[in-house]
Design a protein around this ligand. Sequence first.
Ligand code: SAM
Length: 274
Amino acid sequence: MNKRGQFFPKRSLGQNFLINPNIVERIIASCDLKPTGTVLEIGPGKGALTHSFSECSQKVIAVEKDDHLAAQLSETFKNTNVSIIHADILKYSFDELPDNIKIIGNLPYNIATPIIEKVLDCREKFRAFYMTVQLEYGQRINARPNSKSYGSFSCFVQYYADTKILFKIKNSSFQPVPKVQSCFLKLEPLKSPRHKAQDEKCLFRIIRSCFGQRRKMIENALSTIVHKEKARELLKISDIDPKLRAENISLEKYVRISNMAVKEEADGRKIFIN
Ligand code: SAM
């Protein structure tokens, strides 16, 4: 706010407010809200979506960091089914939330990744996580093998959740107009991973190492963490072509490599450098 009481959007909080009523309608239609359900809204801003969430759900918990917007929203939604929490979503505890909630947010772009990590960490609590994110970022999350967008974050998210881009959103739907296009993305947590890693830390270490050198053949990319002579052996017993590159390898195959490495180590054969 300036001295004359005018509100200026803060770039540091990723404040690009949704102004296109058609997109609001599409978002509401896609989220399939139930009159008995609870919604956790991340960053309600000026409430573009909050009013509709309130009409379609039993309860809305909306977490907003901006002092001025939080105060304004608290006034607007006084004595309604919307609770405005003035907090940073990254510090807000999910422990007290009811089970089976839907989380929805037009995410501040600069903290989208830690938000997604936090939500996936408590994935048993929620039914679905819907979010507006930059199109390119959404495409990375949703990417499948053999594409340029496929990377370690695609694998991380898809290990825990099904992902789907529901629709694209033009930048003119927001005020101020961002430089890039956006999309509306859905994450639906899996009850358990489709291909279970015996050691998830080991799985993601392998994945990060391979994508850290995505132009190299997997055999060489692995050798930053695996003894060089063991890398080929590990790929052979995992039945994976050592000449493939990180982007050609499915999550299932990464899990296979990781589980094989864990087994080899358990049998006393040293695979990892340290
Ligand atoms: N949902 C509104 C809309 O669609 O018009 C606003 C979306 S705007 C892209 C992001 C919102 O998240 C802003 O209101 C911003 O103040 C809020 N925000 C930014 N960082 C936050 C944080 N760490 N915790 C909670 N809210 C945050």
